[in-house]
Every structure is written in C-alpha cells, then in structure tokens.
Design a protein around this ligand. Structure first.
Ligand SMILES: [Zn+2]
Length: 169
C-alpha cells in the first residue's frame, strides 16, 4: 500500500486554501492594531490558526512528494549506489522513514521491472541493483570456485549445485 493517498493530499490542499482567508483577515486586523491595540488579539485569533494550517498543509504536501513512487525509485537507486548496489527492505525503510510495507512494495515493484536481482541471505532478501553494482562483481560458487556473470539468472552452480554468492572484487 502506498502511504498517504488521495485523501491526505486533498486534506493538505484544503488546509492551505483555508489558511488564506484566515491570514488575510489576520493581516487586516494586524494593520488595524497599529491605531487600535485591542485589535491585536483579534488578529492573532485569525493569524495563528491560519499559520498552523498553512504549515501543516505545506509540510504534508512536501512529505507526500518525497514518498511518491517516482521520488522513492530515484532515491532507492541513489541509496543502492552508496551501498555498493545492495539494499534491503530495512535500509529503505529507515532511509526514507516509510513503513515496511511501502519499502517492500517499492523494492518488489523495481524487481518486477527487472532492475534488480533478489538474493536470500539468512532471514531477509537483499536486492542487487544491476545498474549500480560495482563493475567487477561476479557470482561465485563457494564450493568449487566457479565464476559467472553477475547478470546471469542462475542461482545455483551448474557444476556442483552450490548456491552462488555475489562477490565484489
Ligand atoms: Zn560449484
């Protein structure tokens, strides 16, 4: 599930629109306060909620833009580049402060597009981004030492059946 759907985007836009008349009214009373100080309290009555709505709406919109699928895809490739081509769900989750479900669905989506190799390590999957893997990465059999191109689809050694490991030289 993608976090923050249409509803929260609409809510953020409504908050920003609603803040405008409040800020205008607050501004008018603030100007009036120059000659009549009792207007200051009235101006705050409009300015404070107006400012709160504007800040909340703008923050929410910026956050939604940060975690849009397009922004996340770009960000995940950048993250993979920093991490020698390998990322996990947990790394994506903590880097972008998103839910585990969203991190997993993004990685699976990119995997589905053929951008990654998925490798099981212990209790979790590692996603290997072909486009940013170090050039010298290879698949190696830990048992017989046979080496294969990292882009090959094989997971098991054709010679001895061992599980191939990706090695960066
Ligand atoms: Zn082997």
């Amino acid at each position: 599930m993608i976090e923050g759907g249409t509803m929260s985007r609409t809510g953020a836009i409504i908050a920003i629109i609603a803040s405008i008349p409040l800020l205008i009214l607050g501004g008018i009373f603030l100007i009036a306060a120059a000659s009549n100080p009792s207007r200051l309290l009235t101006s705050m009555f409009f300015l404070l909620p107006g400012a709160a709505l504007l800040i909340w709406g703008a923050t929410r919109l910026r956050r939604l833009a940060e975690i849009s699928p397009e922004a996340l895809e770009t960000g995940i490739v950048d993250l993979a580049r920093r991490l020698d081509g390998e990322v996990t769900v947990a790394q994506v989750q903590s880097e972008f402060r998103i839910s585990q479900d969203l991190a997993l669905s993004m990685l699976e989506r990119m995997h589905g597009q053929g951008n990654t190799l998925r490798e099981r390590r212990g209790d979790h999957d590692v996603y290997l981004f072909k486009s940013v893997m170090p050039a010298k990465a290879i698949k190696r059999c830990p048992y017989c030492g046979s080496e294969y191109a990292v882009r090959s689809a094989m997971r098991e050694c054709p010679n001895c059946g061992g599980a191939l490991e990706i090695v960066k030289e």
